[in-house]
Design a binder for this molecule. Structure first.
Ligand SMILES: Nc1ncnc2c1ncn2[C@@H]1O[C@H](COP(=O)(O)OP(=O)(O)OP(=O)(O)O)[C@@H](O)[C@H]1O
Ligand SMILES: Cc1ncc(CO)c(N)n1
Ligand SMILES: [Mg+2]
Length: 504
């Protein structure tokens, strides 16, 4: 063990955090350049620092303006980052002047890194010029010989080779070999823009073997920034220690998934639209029913499903849920203790669609994995399930989390841990839950008085006693949760209506 004084004297080292430095241009539209690089690295969980070579005024229509950063100031940024931080991999994008290329090469000689990824950006996806032909000298003379992998698209490959057009995968192979002769250790010729191709094929050449990386072409306008993202992803994987081939494969797969997710993302009026690196943006738009803001009044009539009862009455879980929301249930919890995961997930997706169409939140009992997988509105956990604090960190701030509590202490803890509501009971004796202590109306009252969170009462509540529960008149008590009195009945819809009338 180290003596304490030694530990204090050693500065904290940052060389264990995988770190990519991107040297690239800014895209004001946020889809390509520095912005794509930051998102790609964050999505791959790698730290990313940035040296900005140019600022572009750019959107989904095209590039309206380019302002090149003077090379002295590019040098100043490089000095700031490389003299202080441990950079594993440098990735380059838009290098708009020969002097910037030269400055960069000087710094790379002075501060060697594990790998250099060069995306030889020349034009934007809209066809606007981002770096002129003078830069080519710098690429050929200095940068490419230092490069571990260069990732030209077909047009850039053509320019690097003096103008030979690339029209097929076979041309891409030839080009990869010829570009390899220019100095880089590996070459990836990207086929995203190859005309008349059903697949999106990239050709990788490591100096010995060719690999064709093939994926179905996604029919989308949301592909602006794929090139920058691909190179950043490769850099990120290399920073984590991947081999070159596996970094390239991972990056290609990352693009496939992101493009597939983002195919209709409505951003901008032009055709060069960005995509979503985090696969998150559509969920917010699609939750037409709710915006995931918990409303305590939703606890008024809380329907909790039960697979045994559904089986007994020959219903699917979706049929039961549909009847309950049609009858006026204000929130639904799927509590399927004995379902197979796959079946539960499929049922949850169907129920979610039903609930969303009625604007009713859907929670999943206990199974955070299922809640996350189907993007349910939240979870309900018991005292011996996933701790609320962990559930919150896994689900994020917007999902609803409820927790079962029997005592004021548990209610207090639920509040500290970040729950949204508590379920309190059993109020009356019940068969639904074995060995569950009944706390009675007195217990419910005591917990409701102490709770800082909204409370829903549960346990043996039905048409004959629901009124008594509501009438204890505690402001925090917002409603009743029921299982058997809805789902162990012939007509769920009628029972729900009747109960709603009673508690409203
Ligand atoms: N429509 C698509 N479907 C699937 N993959 C695609 C599609 N478009 C591009 N790709 C993939 O994205 C990566 C980047 O390829 P592309 O040839 O578009 O680069 P680029 O032209 O440099 O990118 P940018 O459009 O950002 O300038 C490649 O792996 C390519 O196969
Ligand atoms: C700043 C910048 N870098 C790279 C590209 C290539 O897509 C772009 N359009 N803009
Ligand atoms: Mg492209």
């Amino acid at each position: 063990m180290q003596p304490e004084a030694d530990i204090m004297m050693n500065p904290v080292s940052d060389n264990k955090i995988p770190h990519v430095l991107t040297v690239a241009g800014s895209d004001s539209g946020g889809g390509a350049g520095i912005q794509a690089d930051l998102k790609a690295c964050a999505a791959r969980r790698v730290y990313c620092s940035t040296v900005i070579t140019a600022v572009t005024a750019q959107n989904t229509v095209g590039v309206q303006g380019v302002n090149i950063v003077p090379e002295d100031f590019v040098a100043e940024q490089l000095q700031s980052v490389l003299s202080d931080m441990h950079v594993d991999v440098v990735k380059t994008g838009m290098l708009p002047s020969l002097n910037i290329v030269k400055v960069l090469c000087q710094f790379l000689t002075k501060f060697p890194v594990k790998a250099l990824v060069v995306d030889p950006v020349m034009k934007s996806s809209s066809g606007d010029v981002l770096s002129g032909s003078s830069v080519l000298t710098g690429f050929l003379g200095e940068l490419l010989p230092m490069t571990d992998i260069v990732t030209p698209n077909i047009k850039e490959a053509s320019v690097l080779l003096g103008g030979v057009p690339l029209k097929s995968v076979s041309d891409m192979r030839t080009a990869a070999k010829l570009i390899h002769d220019l100095g880089p250790r590996n070459v990836l010729v990207k086929g995203g823009d190859l005309p008349n191709s059903l697949d999106s094929v990239d050709v990788f050449f490591d100096g010995k073997e060719f690999y064709e990386l093939c994926s179905p072409r996604v029919n989308t306008r949301n592909s602006h920034g794929t090139g920058c993202t691909l190179a950043s992803c490769i850099a990120a994987e290399l920073a984590k220690g991947s081999s070159m081939l596996s970094a390239v494969k991972t990056a290609k797969h990352f693009i496939d998934v992101a493009l597939d997710y983002s195919r209709d993302l409505p951003i901008g009026s032009g055709v060069q639209r960005p995509f979503d690196h985090f696969l998150k943006l559509k969920n917010i738009n699609q939750s037409s029913g709710r915006q995931n803001m918990f409303n305590p009044n939703d606890l008024l009539l809380y329907a909790v499903t039960d697979s045994t009862m559904n089986r007994k009455w020959g219903r699917t879980i979706a049929e039961a849920v549909k009847a309950a929301v049609e009858g006026g249930a204000t929130i639904v919890q799927l509590r399927e203790k004995d379902a197979e995961t796959r079946d539960f997930l499929d049922a949850s997706k169907v129920c979610l669609e039903i609930c969303r169409s009625y604007g009713v939140p859907l929670l999943i009992n206990d199974r955070l994995d299922v809640a996350l997988a189907c993007d349910a509105d939240g979870v309900h956990v018991g005292q011996s399930d996933m701790p609320v604090r962990l559930a919150r960190s896994l689900l994020g701030p917007e999902k609803i989390i409820g927790v079962s509590c029997k005592t004021p202490e548990q209610a207090h803890q639920a509040w500290i841990d970040g729950a949204d509501y508590i379920g309190c009971g059993g109020v009356y004796p019940t068969n639904t839950k074995a060995n569950n202590r009944t706390i009675g109306l007195d217990g419910l009252k005591e917990v409701s008085q102490a709770s800082k969170l909204p409370v829903v009462a549960i346990g043996g509540i039905n048409l004959s006693n629901a009124r008594a529960v509501i009438e204890i008149g505690e402001p925090k008590l917002k409603g009743v949760a029921v299982v058997s009195s809805l789902f162990d009945r012939e007509c769920i819809l009628t029972e729900t209506r009747n109960l709603l009338a009673l508690v409203s």
